[in-house]
Design a protein around this ligand. Structure first.
Ligand SMILES: Cc1ncc(COP(=O)(O)O)c(C=O)c1O
Length: 408
């Protein structure tokens, strides 16, 4: 299921990179996406889900077209978080169900959602509700809505990135929900379909995530009774399932999680439960490769300086970890002078940016690394290229390369 280092297709990725080296007109940095691995992973995630649970893909994690084309038939739809993402999807996938979340939606984005047949809008505030009602009224339509709620739940363990249960800009604070529901009762231009929660990211513990979902469902049950909410049809439990970059052998156990959902099903009370996962869907299919430009030592530290950097692969900096990598030896050495190298060393891998923060891996053991070799970072298919500040220093953008999915 979740791909541990030994399950990755290093050989095929290496071949694709060697071919790219032959075509490059200078040192190479590149992304490779293994679409077959993506296809298998998403298909297995979906197949394990019991009836009544749906898997949407949060395209913010990686919205490259071949990635979306691979995922469209395997998921129940796409989650978008901006007008740009909505247009990107709708222009290319006319029939794929789309849900629209995210803070700070503009009037133009809300109107676009009404016009582009969005399945549900996840509303983040009372003012957003007012604006949406005004736009729906003008069009003579009823807007399908989930209220995103920020609530604190007893006994729920925190992860390293919390989006709720504390002061955050996300969702409607639970104490303001009664007033929102009262307002909605007088506004038929909003059709309340359910509730949306996304309280945390980086969840690595399947049992803890099941407990979180059970707490969401119990809360929805209480609200339905208390506010007589009979017409609801689903609950969106967000994404937030993590990828273990620090200990890649220990990944979130989706099969165990899916088996636990079966037991949770009685608590759905007939509601469909939707996931909108990003990281856990696409991270495993991506690789970022950097060609080594220099090796050097300073004040007892070893530095491997490589093509590209955190402006192309921001994930390690964003998450504060040392990203795992492998050295892919490249034998070609065109110069008459000896090839610089480090052997049996601990190294810091840095990029080309003029800042000491441009670090992708720290104190990592390597058997041998030479100028001209490629460093290949796995788990780079989510929140990697798409969260990076590409134009800092105006280095050339890396090619996005693909290993094709096998025809089905
Ligand atoms: C509302 C919402 N849903 C889904 C996601 C996707 O989360 P993940 O990629 O952790 O699954 C995010 C990510 O920030 C989010 O904010």
């Amino acid at each position: 299921m979740a791909l541990k280092p030994d399950g990755l297709r290093w050989e095929q990725v290496g071949e694709r990179l060697r071919a790219a080296l032959g075509e490059a007109d200078g040192p190479l940095s590149a992304y490779v996406y293994d679409l077959e691995a993506l296809r298998r992973h998403a298909a297995a995630m979906r197949a394990a889900l019991p009836a009544g649970f749906e898997l949407f893909y949060a395209i913010k994690a990686n919205s490259e077209l071949p990635v979306l084309e691979t995922l469209a038939p395997l998921t129940h739809g796409f989650e978008v978080s901006s007008g740009g993402e909505l247009a990107w999807v709708r222009d290319r996938f006319a029939d794929v169900p789309v849900i629209f979340s995210g803070p700070g939606k503009t009037d133009a984005e809300l109107a676009q959602a009404l016009e582009l047949d969005v399945d549900a809008l996840h509303v983040e505030s009372r003012h957003e509700l007012e604006r949406l009602a005004w736009l729906a009224r003008a069009r003579g339509v009823a807007a399908p809505v989930l209220l995103r709620v920020n609530l604190a739940l007893d006994g729920v363990a925190a992860t390293t990135l919390m989006m709720g249960g504390r002061p955050t800009p996300f969702g409607i604070a639970a104490d303001q929900l009664p007033a929102c529901l009262g307002w909605l009762a007088a506004h038929p231009e909003i059709r309340l379909r359910g509730f949306h929660f996304h309280l945390m990211s980086h969840q690595l513990d399947a049992a803890a995530h099941l407990r979180l979902l059970a707490a969401y469902l119990a809360q929805v049950r209480r609200w339905r009774v208390e506010y007589r909410l009979e017409a609801l049809d689903h609950v969106n439990v967000g994404g937030g399932i993590g990828v273990n970059y620090r200990e890649p052998e220990r990944q979130f156990d989706w099969p165990v999680f899916a088996a636990g959902l079966e037991a949770l099903s009685a608590q759905r009370d007939g509601l469909v439960v939707r996931f909108e996962c990003g990281r856990y869907v696409s991270a495993f299919c991506g690789y970022y490769a950097m060609q080594v430009l220099d090796v050097k030592a300073a004040f007892g530290g070893n530095f491997v300086v490589a093509r590209g950097g955190t402006h192309q692969f921001r994930t390690p900096y964003a998450q504060g970890h040392s990203h795992p990598f492998r050295v892919l030896p490249v034998e070609d050495w065109p110069h008459p002078w000896p090839r610089p190298e480090l052997r049996e060393a601990r190294v810091n891998v840095v990029g080309q940016l003029c800042t000491p923060k441009d670090v992708l891996a720290s104190d990592a053991p390597v058997a041998r690394v030479r100028v001209g070799d490629l460093l290949v970072f796995p788990y780079a298919g989510a929140y990697a290229w798409h969260i990076s500040h590409h134009d800092f220093l105006r280095h050339p953008h890396p090619p996005q390369l693909y290993l094709p999915a096998e025809a089905r």
